[in-house]
Every structure is written in C-alpha cells, then in structure tokens.
Write a protein that binds this ligand. Structure first.
Ligand code: KIV
Ligand code: ZN
Length: 506
C-alpha cells in the first residue's frame, strides 16, 4: 500500500511563537478548528513550560481534540518541562509528548557549552523519564524526540544516529529531524534523512521539520517524504521563526501533484489561508505560490494565450493546479500590459460581457499596447473605454452627420466623405435598408451579410437602455468585415455600424 504523509501542524507553536502578537486562547481555538477541518493528522498545541498562558491554552485545546487528531506539546529535555507538558495534555484522547535537544557540534559547544556525551545522556534520560511518567499516568501517549539543528549534524551524523538508537530504545517512536536553520542544499539534508531512516527500526516514524531561511523548505520537505520521512511538520501560510517554517499548502499540493493520496481536504486550503493571514496579521505576499493575489495572474501574451486555451482543464498551460482544487474561485487573472496580446483583449472584453471578434481584438491590441507602455497594466475600465472608442467609433474617410426620417420608409442621410459633405435621400424596407439604398445612390455600395442586435444595459434610473448593432459586410474580395456601434436607438446604432464598416474597408 502507498505510504501516506502524516501532516503535523506547528502553526500554534512555531507559528505562534514568531508572531508580533501571539494569539489569545479564543484565537487559538478558531485556528485549531480550522486545522482539524483541513484534515491535518496532528497538531502541536504549544510549549506549556513557557508561560501560564501557554499552559492553559494547551490544556483547553488538548481536551477539545477528538480521538482522530493527535495533539502534541513541546518540552525541553528536562523533568520540569516534561512534567508541565504531560500535565497540560493529561485529558487528551490521543496525545504526544515532544521533547528535544540539539546534537549539533556547533550548538552543543557554543550555546549549551556541553560535551556531546553529556548532551546525548540528557536526551536519553529525558525520553526515559517521559516514558516512565506516561506509564505512571496510565496513558498510551507516544513520544517524539527532535534533534534540534539536525541540518548542522553532517560532521557527527554517526554520533547522532547512535544517540537516536538509544532514544528509541527508551521509548521514542517518532524521530524528528529539524533543519532548524536552512543553510545548505535540500539534497544534502535529504541524504542525511535517508541515513537515519535506514539505521533505525522500521516502526520508528521519521519526521522532518524544515525552516525556510533560504526559501527551499518546501523542496526539502517534499523530497524528504520520498526519502522515507512520513511525518511532515508544516505551518499554515509558512508562518514560523525568521523566514518561517515549511508552508503546508505547498507541500500538500506538491505531493498531491505527484500522485500521493492525502487525508487533507484540499478545497479548504484557500479559505484557511485567508483566515490565517487575517488572524496573524502576516500578509499573503503578492507572489505567494498558490494563494498569493498574483499567483493566478498572466501578463505575457504567450502565457495569456495558453492560459485561456486551457482555462477549464485540471492541467493548465501556465499554472500548477486548477484553482478550484484549493477552493479558489477568483478566475485566473488576465492583466493587460505592453507585454500582452490579442487573446487578453478578447478575454477581458468577453468577461465584461461585450461582444468582440478575434479580428477586432487584433485591431485593438496596438492601441492598448501603446497606452499600456505609458501607464503599465490597464484596468478593465480603460480597456473598455478603448473598445468603445476604437471599435464602436471607427474614424476614417466616412463621417456620419445625421440620419433622420422624412416620411414612412424615407430617410435623409448626411455625412462627410474625405471631408466633403454629402447628402442623399434613401428609401427602403426599414431604416437600415433606406441607409444602404441612399449610400448606393452615391456609389458606395455595401454588401450586407447579416446584422444582429444586443441590448447592453437595462433601463437604469429611467434612462433608456443602449443597443449595440453588429453588422457584417463583404468587401470587394468577398472578405467578411464585422463592425459594431452603440446608440440608445437601434436604427441609429445600425447606421453608425454601417459607417464604421465603411471605414474598415481598405
Ligand atoms: O526548529 C526546531 O528545531 C524546532 C524544534 C523545537 C523541533 O522547532
Ligand atoms: Zn522550528
């Protein structure tokens, strides 16, 4: 059977400890419930020995959890922290004691100021003590041991592995390998994870906990899974000390895209991310993968074309997932800049519910590009203004002055042709026919293929609705030319459209 990742959330511990204003208990309850709803397997509630407030919130959250979610609390490798931690989770249905100490040569020497065998003994004794206490409490809580700064242990990895074997003998069933400060390449860390996995008994769950100092924590965590780490410690929105912890969303989606089955309700990711951002006051940056406001924006013409052609597909030309997978329903954003092209114009105008053909989009593109060169990205209103100006009112040799009824079926048409005033009386079966007949009399024959009417807006505030006429005519080479125009009167819109079409004829 395929191995599934076991997601261990550290938003309420590593995430919370890094906030400018750590969360109150009420806020932690909201976040805790969100994490449970996502389907995350385990939640680290906090660090009970750090303060009375932390102890109290761990205690409340521990009793809130049901048996499906494992809850865990952090303790340094000393009796006082362990007692406090176990006291905080004693009412939980399914719980874990998580203890840690560094085994990195640098940290043992300069921060703990202790010899390595002294530190190893502290680790082993802490786990032994925790196991005995849990037994005494009559609970079946398990124990996780973390090698703080594991990423810095490449030079003493054999010593670390020997210590971990003893820690496991004393009762730890999860061994967590943190990249407490990300300094090197993912593959260096992943190789170390592999070695630990190979050295420990199979029943021991290997976990990774990667900080994101160089921005590679997602890669390190996803690759560690394939190297044998089953527990993945992540933070919602990548919160956490300094540049944060591994971003849960990114890892979950990377594994999902690799065909790994998850227990997670992916459709809750986006909404949860917005809540976490609001509650942590840590903004989702524009370019944040998957959840950033810009994560679905396409501005280059080539990307826009591919994105629009694959819009409805799960596998998009220029996106890693379909946004609805994570519950994101804002469309892929097509922004028009000087780098964009006809497909963007077409898509934007269509999205604004106005008709436009690809030929018209091609015609409009240079005008939009020229404007965007000065302004940067154009707003939808600016594009629409261009559409009205350049598509619905085409300037050229023909300039309509007026088209007025004289009597039933008879109309007077006044216009300029190459700046010279023309006037003619046209009659026919309705205004459009009369206009075409009038033009024909003056030698401007128009071969009408079809015409179509759109009602653009309702009767707002008593003002009349505007009509759009779309006509298609044939030029001398029998090519179809589409033109359109807008007016509050349909006959006027038709005639204006004829004049726009005349101006498009070469
Ligand atoms: O980053 C780290 O090493 C930690 C440990 C306490 C697990 O947060
Ligand atoms: Zn950490």
């Amino acid at each position: 059977m395929q191995r599934r990742p076991f997601f261990y959330d550290i938003t309420l511990r590593d995430g919370n400890q890094s906030l400018k204003k750590p969360w109150s208990l009420d806020e932690k309850i909201v976040i805790f419930d969100k994490i449970v709803e996502l389907g995350i397997n385990a939640i680290e509630l906090g660090f009970p020995a750090s303060s009375q407030m932390d102890f109290d919130s761990c205690k409340t959250l521990a009793s809130r959890a049901n048996e499906k979610t494992l809850v865990s609390v952090l303790a340094r490798a000393n009796k006082n922290d362990i007692n406090r931690a176990l006291d905080a989770i004693k009412d939980a249905k399914c719980a874990r004691l998580h203890t840690f100490i560094t085994l990195s040569p640098f940290h043992m020497q300069y921060v703990l100021n202790k010899e390595s065998d002294v530190v190893a003994n502290i680790a082993i004794e802490a786990v032994e003590y925790a196991a005995a206490k849990i037994k005494e409490m009559g609970k079946n809580f398990d124990i996780e041991f973390s090698v703080e700064h594991f990423g810095d242990c490449s030079s003493n990895l054999d010593f670390v592995i020997e210590t971990l074997k003893k820690v496991v003998e004393k009762g730890a069933t999860t061994i967590n390998l943190p990249n407490t400060v990300e300094r090197y390449r993912p593959s260096v860390f992943v190789e170390m994870v592999k070695k630990v996995k190979e050295a420990l008994p199979d029943y021991v769950v290997i976990s990774v906990h990667n900080h994101n100092d160089l921005g590679m924590a997602t890669a390190t965590t996803a690759e560690s899974f394939f190297a044998g780490a089953t527990q993945l410690e992540c933070c919602l929105n990548g919160l956490g000390e300094r540049a944060g912890n591994t971003d849960f969303n990114q890892v979950a989606i990377a594994l999902h895209n690799c065909g790994i089955k998850l227990d997670i309700d992916l459709s809750k990711i986006y909404e949860t991310a917005l809540t976490i951002s609001q509650m942590s006051k840590v903004k989702i940056y524009e370019k944040a993968p998957l959840i950033g406001p810009e994560a679905l924006a396409h501005r280059s013409g080539i990307h826009q074309d591919g994105a629009i052609k694959t819009k409805e597909m799960d596998f998009g030309a220029y996106r890693p997932i379909h946004p609805t997978l994570i519950g994101r329903f804002d469309d892929e954003k097509i922004g028009f800049t000087s780098q964009s092209g006809k497909t963007a114009i077409h898509d934007i105008i269509k999205a604004l519910k106005y008709p436009i053909t690809i030929q018209e989009s091609i015609y409009l593109t240079p005008f939009a590009k020229a404007l965007a060169e000065n302004k940067g990205e154009l707003s939808n209103d600016e594009i629409l203004e261009l559409y009205f100006d350049k598509i619905c009112d085409i300037k050229g040799d023909f300039e309509l002055i007026s088209f007025k009824p004289i009597e039933k079926g008879v109309f007077g048409l006044f216009f300029n042709y190459k700046k010279e005033q023309k006037e003619v009386i046209g009659s026919g079966n309705g205004p459009l026919d009369a206009c075409l007949n009038g033009l024909k009399k003056l030698g401007f024959e128009v071969k009408l293929e079809h015409y179509k009417q759109y009602s653009l807006d309702g009767d707002k505030d008593g003002s009349s609705a505007r009509a759009m006429s779309e006509i298609s005519i044939l030029d001398n080479n029998n090519n179809t030319i589409i033109a359109r125009a807008i007016d509050t009167s349909t006959p006027q819109a038709n005639v204006k459209a004829i004049f726009n079409a005349l101006n498009l004829l070469k």
